[in-house]
Ligand binder design. Sequence first.
Ligand code: ADP
Length: 485
Amino acid sequence: MEIVFVASEMTPFAQTGGLADVLGSLPHEIAKQGHSVSVFLPKYRTVSEEKFSLEAAIPQLNVPLGSDIETGKLLCTRIGEVTVFFIDEPSLFSRDGLYGTPMGDFPDNDVRFVFFARSVLESLKRLKLRPDIIHCHDWQSGLVPVYLKTIYRSDPFFKGTKTIFTIHNLAYQGNFPPDSLSATGLTWEEFRYERLEFYGKISFLKGGLVYSDLVTTVSKRYAEEIQTREFGCGMEGVLANRKEDLFGIVNGIDTEEWDPAQDPALSQNFDANSLEKRAICKAELQKENRLVVDPKIPLFGFVGRLAEQKGIDILEPLLDDMVDEGWQLVLLGTGDGEYETLLRRTAEKYPKSIAVNLTFNTKFSKRVYGGVDIFLMTSQFEPCGLGQMYSLRYGAAPLAREVGGLADTVKEFNAATGEGNGFLFLEYSSKALFATMKHAISVFRDQKKWHRLIKNGMACDFSWAQSARQYIDIYKRAEKRSLKV
Ligand code: ADP
């Protein structure tokens, strides 16, 4: 099959969250299984032409934008078997930040991602690259399925093309004022409840959900959750309508890039049979962060976006108690300015127990996964989550809220049977979290049990191969589908 991915992030080019990791791995896995694969991304400022050896693919693209024609360029490079194309229009994409600054979203995100979606389709035609499947990811690519079933509906070039839309996070919806419709080139026919209208706005995410042939999301549990009011972010009705076409496929991780036995970011490489070397990584992490160096002190870790979703609201009130208990925490994250200030202040108060690093630093994150005893995922909701899988592979026990992909990948440790790989709590409260931390520490104090738990975690297989096969099944299913909107 000819598969085209359309997304707004991909490692190593541009990343704000887990979407980039998925795009950094899944296309390669699909290619490995014998398909022809390309990816379309915006050319952000971080995508250096020299570093990534970009070449011109189309020197001038003419793309309809509202009643005007906007010009851009198409660049490309190759990573292994996968061709990566970049939509290049500096006035829209060459900025600090992908979607905004710490002060908020860019005000022209509607125009930016209208231009992106339209440019992808125009580029495919110019390249004569006729996809069997266009696999779109999150709201930034939501208009691609919409265009294929409206403006390009009778275009013979796309006659055999089917679309898949994957929800990585339903909370980000790309909702804009109705006036944005003029930039899209779509008619007011689309401003209807059954189509793009969403509480008086137009929603690019809803466009993807309504118009794609099949919809997937990144874990089975999240696929169920998003059909409920609690987790549906207002889209539960739309999703319930598409129940038969909605599938959950858990993300994998890149097990070569994330391998503690080879990772150069770690001071010592280790596997499940050399956990004494991991103990050295813990000591190094404590030292690097100026914490008291002591193997017996339980060391907690947190890596993630400092956003409401990630549960800082229930973790932050416990920091004093954690210090009182004699525990330590290394936290790595960027995001909401208020959380950053709050966390920085606590770290200043307890320099020997709490270390806070407010940068985006993948190497440092690997030392956290490979050094802490317990890795915290306190999320309100979590479509899949990658941190718990990285921590399992790097020998830390995840302590996670039992939602979404966390519920699908973390299994409660049972000290009597020796089964399980981590610790779970359900109630979204500091109280429930603290009780689970205490329980985890009681297991930690029994190093024999702890080693059993860590070995169980390190033996888990989160490689992409199986999930990639499930996506291929979905592509085949979409090929047989003909959705009428
Ligand atoms: P989300 O996509 O909601 O941000 P995920 O758990 O799916 O959450 O993925 C987050 C990814 O981003 C993980 O790979 C995590 O290690 C990485 N990450 C998040 N914040 C940072 C940071 N400050 N420095 C390095 N890596 C980070």
